[in-house]
Design a protein around this ligand. Structure first.
Ligand code: SF4
Length: 219
């Protein structure tokens, strides 16, 4: 069995699924809100919460900052852990407003400084910070989500429990510094994970089955 390099894997997935045009949002505020809401839930639930926020005219960090906590909680209930997440959204909006007055001045910092600062804000974990860094700030930061971890461990036989930053570093070191590729590769992992590489994988129809160690052992 031939092993695909990561750029070859990306190219195969892109040929199969097409460019995904991620992140699925209309504004930078919406990306940040979605990245906070998507923790520990499916994107379908986030979509319901985002749609409620849009209807209530609360789909912006400034509106969230000014809104009553209870109004946000009501809108984002479908995303689960809604009390915690509503508080995190308000904390982030307040932090941005009081320290910077807006997104641009915060996100003009260099990658290392910005990541450290994002991670210091309550409710922002590594995956959320890196989603904001990549899709809002336009920094080369590969996102490691559950799909990425599962797919890379199955295709390459790597440790599924590899620490977040170790896998992020390994992937970044193996692909070109191309922002569009960083964004779209993450989206391709999500697509492959949703359609084929599920908890119980559908290997027979998978576009990269000929290059996958898991399939070669179990297929
Ligand atoms: S062949 Fe199976 S295990 Fe391998 S990536 Fe595809 S769905 Fe996942």
């Amino acid at each position: 069995m031939r092993t695909l390099s990561l750029p070859e894997l990306y190219s195969n997935l892109r040929k199969h699924f097409g460019h995904q045009g991620w992140w699925p949002a209309q504004t930078r505020d919406e990306i940040i809100i979605g990245a906070i809401l998507t923790q520990q839930t499916s994107w379908k639930n986030v979509e319901k919460a985002i749609s409620n926020l849009r209807e209530a005219r609360l789909l912006g960090l400034e509106s969230i900052r000014k809104a009553k906590l209870h109004s946000i909680e009501l809108c984002i209930r479908p995303s689960g852990f809604y009390k915690q997440k509503a508080a995190h959204l308000k904390d982030f909006a307040e932090y941005l407003h009081s320290r910077y007055g807006g997104i641009d001045s915060m996100f003009s910092k260099d990658s290392g400084e910005l990541r450290r600062e994002l991670l210091s804000i309550k409710g922002i974990g590594k995956e959320t910070a890196d989603s904001i860094m990549l899709y809002v700030a336009g920094k080369h930061m590969f996102i490691i989500d559950a799909y990425t971890r599962r797919i890379t461990s199955r295709i390459y036989g790597s440790d599924p429990k590899i620490p977040y930053d170790e896998l992020r570093f390994d992937i970044s070191a193996s692909i070109p510094e191309d922002l569009d590729m960083y964004k779209d590769f993450h989206a391709q992992f999500v697509e492959l994970g949703k359609r084929y590489c599920k908890t119980k994988p559908l290997c027979n129809d998978c576009p990269v089955k000929s290059y996958c160690q898991y399939n070669s052992k179990n297929g």
